[in-house]
Design a protein around this ligand. Structure first.
Ligand SMILES: Cc1cc2nc3c(=O)[nH]c(=O)nc-3n(C[C@H](O)[C@H](O)[C@H](O)COP(=O)(O)O)c2cc1C
Length: 230
């Protein structure tokens, strides 16, 4: 099968999505599409290399927002029905909000719109599904109450991306999620994968509900469901 997999800038369900993507790439040709935010966020969680590893070759490209400018010519593949399937997982509340309002001005919203026109079967996995509280995972974080404010910060010295301002914070836009800092800090002040609880906003849940009314796409709750459907 020729599959297109879109990733937006959500940390929630990101690891699960990359795992399913890796599994499917063994038997199928997959083109991966990253929103601008996805390109940043996927690095923060240390998953970028894994996505690079499943791409390479015709219809196995890694397509990034910045290289597509504003008209998204590659989306023509969808209006021409060149893919058997489009999966977007994880899908941010931002992208869901745009889809339900008919906006197609980003790489991901544009390929979804073109997939609708080209009759390409589309599965969307939103991160904001039901109201209430959800548990989600953070990228690396410097815990200031644990940090011993060392004169020479071992974590900052070890970081290959120079992403740490000693005694202050990690610049996530520079962080590659490699975890070197966590090993280097003798006081264990940098945590990766910390779980936090966040509240779902009504506007996001209401947008996700509207998505169920779209005939040209199907909403799934978890990327694992894709495995059963292919
Ligand atoms: C570390 C990190 C994690 C994020 N996780 C989420 C998330 O789980 N869900 C979400 O809707 N937005 C999340 N965001 C915010 C989105 O990246 C942001 O709204 C972005 O504009 C979405 O753009 P996109 O929909 O084009 O990918 C996260 C941002 C960062 C920096």
């Amino acid at each position: 099968m020729k599959i297109a997999w879109g990733i937006t800038g959500a940390g929630h369900l990101l690891q699960d999505s990359v795992e399913i993507l890796e599994m499917l790439s063994m038997d199928h040709k997959i083109t991966v599409f990253l929103s601008g935010a996805a390109e940043e966020v996927i690095k923060m969680y240390g998953l970028y290399e894994r996505v690079i590893n499943v791409t390479g070759g015709y219809y196995r490209e890694l397509v990034i927002e910045a290289e597509q400018k504003s008209s998204y010519p590659i989306a023509g593949r969808f209006s021409l029905g060149k893919y058997d399937l489009l999966v977007v997982s994880p899908t941010t509340s931002n992208t869901i909000g745009k889809i339900v309002n008919g906006i197609a001005d980003t790489l991901i919203t544009n390929i979804i719109a073109q997939a609708g026109k080209g009759n390409v079967k589309t599965y969307i996995i939103p991160v904001d599904l039901e109201s209430g509280i959800i548990e989600t995972v953070l990228p690396s974080k410097l815990e200031l109450e644990i940090c011993q404010k060392c004169e020479t910060c071992a974590a900052a010295t070890a970081c290959p991306s120079a992403a740490i301002t000693p005694r202050m914070e990690i610049n996530l836009l520079q962080c590659q999620g490699c975890g070197t800092c966590q090993i280097a800090c003798p006081f264990d002040a940098i945590k990766g994968g910390k779980k936090i609880k966040i509240h779902m906003r009504n506007v996001d849940i209401s947008n996700t509900r509207k998505l169920y009314e779209f005939e040209e796409l199907e909403v799934l709750k978890h990327p694992l469901e894709i495995k059963k459907l292919i």
